[in-house]
Design a binder for this molecule. Structure first.
Ligand code: 7XF
Length: 400
């Protein structure tokens, strides 16, 4: 670690999200870092190129592997996550598949939480299984169940916290410690919390993955992914998972948009969390809302863990109305809130996991994995809370 990094680590999170890894003097005094729209990089001699390809002399070669703009984003996210290194990808699924394909071999096992984002579940069951990787699930809200489920063959322990879409929380420190004791690698999807609220690596996890499409970007204008962890592991993920297996390289223009989004991450997460707390409490007070899952509510099963593990409770809420039909009528009656998948944008978004994000599960699998057919997911945006509540109130009146 060089001197400037030591200085950066002493700065606060919001400061590092704005400054880390960049000095205007690196780019002719430009306040905003330049975007390197170059697919390839030149060499003075064939010998110099050979030294770069062999790794003897580190250098940018080709933008599927690295690029100065991606480099800045990766260093900044590594810093924010408290990791040694990070790798960027064209999507969250690009990050997840590149990481898991780099870590797992046929015959080995991935032990995953019960609740996962639909395409991650699909990749485990249709992608990894096809190549001889064993996939097992356990309810990771229960540390004892995890302890007895881990075997000699378990190479990866994988979970999201809070989980998409149920909002269950996993104790990162406890589960990562169990994985480590068994010689397995813990991989945490930190998309919902972001490093502004939870830093899994500081709690003992090995690798963090992100859909940067969500809060990191924050403006609904790009699709991207990131992974962070130890340098040695991230080098392997870059040179194997990213370079040869998925090729899911992030476009430099999108990296620039994420760098712009990161500047307000702390501010946005504070506002998302504050508004979501008000919305969750309001939903909870309604007699026509049957259940509300939000880590900030005292009746959330892991509320105590949320207080320990999350700096704030985030912007995501899951809730249920009295029937599936009522839920659909309610969603169709909303006027300002947008019916759309994705999350973490300025706009409040609402979606029905059983028909949308988690339609990759069969109805039986959803029942087995605790994703109820009537569940509604709300990504609370940055609008005025009064306008969000007024839209919800109007639509509940129509549905009722
Ligand atoms: O490849 P993507 O950038 O869309 O990221 C995949 C992904 C990974 N982890 C979590 C926890 C996610 O939520 C996602 C994407 N989820 C969106 C959603 O749940 O609305 C995708 C729209 S189908």
């Amino acid at each position: 670690m060089d001197g400037s990094n030591v200085f950066q680590r002493k700065s606060g999170f919001a400061t590092r999200a704005i400054h880390s890894g960049y000095e205007p003097s690196d780019a002719g005094g430009a306040l905003t870092p330049p975007v390197h729209l170059s697919s390839t990089f030149t060499f003075e001699t064939v010998e110099a190129a050979g030294a770069a390809f062999s790794g003897e002399q580190p250098a940018h070669i080709y933008s599927r592997i690295s690029n100065p703009t991606l480099d800045l984003l990766e260093r900044r996210v590594a810093d924010l996550e408290g990791a040694e290194a990070a790798v960027s990808f064209a999507s969250g699924m690009g990050a997840i598949t590149s990481v898991l394909w780099s870590l797992l071999e046929p015959g080995q096992e991935i032990l995953a939480d019960k609740t996962l984002y639909g395409c991650t579940f699909s990749f485990l069951h249709h992608g990894l299984k096809k190549f001889g990787v064993k996939v097992r699930h356990v309810d990771m809200t229960d540390a004892e169940a995890v302890a007895s489920a881990i075997t000699d063959q378990t190479r990866v322990v994988y979970f999201e916290t809070p989980a998409n879409p149920t909002m269950s929380l996993v104790d990162i420190a406890a589960i990562s410690a169990l994985a480590r004791k068994a010689g397995a690698i813990s991989v945490v999807d930190n998309t919902y919390a972001t490093p502004a609220l939870t830093r899994p690596i500081e709690l003992g996890a090995d690798i963090v993955v992100h859909s940067a499409t969500k809060y990191l970007g924050g403006h609904g204008d790009l699709v991207a992914g990131l992974a962070a962890g130890r340098k040695e592991v991230m080098d392997e993920v870059r040179l194997y998972g990213l370079k040869d297996m998925t090729g899911a390289a992030l476009a430099p223009l999108n990296a620039m948009l994420i760098l712009r989004g990161l500047k307000t991450l702390d501010l946005r997460m504070e506002r998302h969390s504050q508004t979501a707390m008000q919305v969750a409490s309001w939903l909870k007070s309604r007699s026509d809302v049957v259940s509300v899952a939000f880590p900030g509510l005292e009746d959330h099963p892991q509320h105590a863990l949320a207080k320990r593990q999350m700096a704030r409770f985030g912007g995501m809420i899951a809730f249920e109305l009295e029937s599936l039909e009522a839920g659909i009528a309610f969603m169709n009656a909303l006027t300002m809130i947008k019916r759309a998948v994705s999350l973490g944008d300025a706009e409040t978004l609402i979606q029905h996991p059983a028909s949308m994000t988690h339609s990759t599960y069969t109805p039986e699998e959803r029942a087995e994995h605790g994703i109820s057919e009537g569940l509604i997911r709300l990504s609370v945006g940055l609008e005025d809370v009064a306008d969000i509540l007024s839209d919800l109130d109007g639509a509940l009146a129509v549905a009722g």
